[in-house]
Design a protein. Structure first.
Length: 221
C-alpha cells in the first residue's frame, strides 16, 4: 500500500509539472488524490476545517465541500483579488484571494478559507507565471498579440486601448494599491493604467514586461 501511494503521489506531481491532463494519470484520479493527501504535502499544504489546499510545483489540488479540483499552472487563468490593508504607508494585513480556472475549465476561488496565504499566495503567483512564460514568449515571437484584460502587448510594444509605447521607451512598471501603471520616456501620461481586478495573469504580465524590456523588441518570425 505504501508503494502504491508513493507511485500515485509521483504520478499526480509529474502530471501537474508536465501538463498532462489529470484524467490521464490514472482512471481513479479522486482516489489517487486522496491517497496523495494522506502522504502529506509534496510542496506546501494548508488546511481550515475540511477545506484543504495542496500545492505542487506544477499546480495545486483543492479539497473543498467534498469535491476535488485540480489546477495546472501551465494553462490556468489567474485573477489576483488580493487585498492589502495599509495605514500611513504601513501594511496592516494582506488577504490573499485568487480566481482560477481548473483543469476542466471551470472557475474556482482560492482564498481566505485556506490558512497560510502569506506562503501559498506568492508561490501561486510566481509558479503560474514561471510555467506560462516560455509558451507566451514563443507566441510573441510568432507575431501574436496577447491580451490581458485592458492591457495588450506584442513583440514590439505594450499598450491599452489606442495608447501604446514601444518596448525601447518603456521606463517603468508599477503595481500599487491594485493598479498597474506603465510609464514611458517622453510621454506626459502613462500609456497603461489598469486595475488588477480586471487584469488576468498580472504576474505573467509583469514577468513579460521585465523580459521584453531587458531584451528589447523581438522581431516576429
Amino acid at each position: 500500500m505504501a508503494v502504491l501511494a508513493a507511485v500515485l503521489a509521483a504520478a499526480v506531481a509529474a502530471a501537474l509539472a508536465t501538463g498532462d491532463g489529470p484524467p490521464a494519470i490514472v482512471p481513479g484520479l479522486p482516489l489517487a488524490l486522496c491517497v496523495v493527501s494522506l502522504l502529506g504535502h509534496l510542496f506546501f499544504g494548508a488546511r481550515t476545517g475540511d477545506a484543504r489546499l495542496e500545492q505542487y510545483e506544477g499546480g495545486l489540488v483543492v479539497h473543498l465541500k467534498g469535491r476535488i479540483r485540480v489546477v495546472r499552472y501551465a494553462d490556468t487563468t489567474v485573477l489576483d483579488n488580493t487585498v492589502r490593508r495599509t495605514r500611513y504607508g504601513r501594511t496592516l494585513s494582506v488577504t490573499y484571494s485568487f480566481g482560477l480556472t481548473d483543469a476542466e475549465g471551470r472557475n474556482l476561488v482560492v482564498g481566505s478559507v485556506f490558512t497560510g496565504g502569506e506562503v501559498w499566495g506568492p508561490l501561486l503567483r510566481h509558479d503560474a507565471a514561471r510555467a506560462q512564460l516560455p509558451g507566451v514568449l514563443v507566441r510573441l515571437d510568432a507575431g501574436e498579440r496577447l491580451e490581458f484584460g485592458l492591457v495588450w502587448l506584442t513583440a514590439a510594444a505594450l499598450g491599452s486601448g489606442r495608447a501604446s509605447a514601444p518596448w525601447g521607451l518603456v521606463s517603468g512598471v508599477e503595481l500599487e494599491d491594485g493598479t498597474l501603471t506603465v510609464r514611458a520616456e517622453g510621454r506626459r501620461g502613462a500609456p497603461v493604467v489598469a486595475p488588477t481586478r480586471f487584469t488576468p495573469n498580472v504576474s505573467l504580465l509583469l514577468a513579460l514586461t521585465e523580459t521584453l524590456r531587458a531584451a528589447g523588441p523581438r522581431p516576429p518570425r
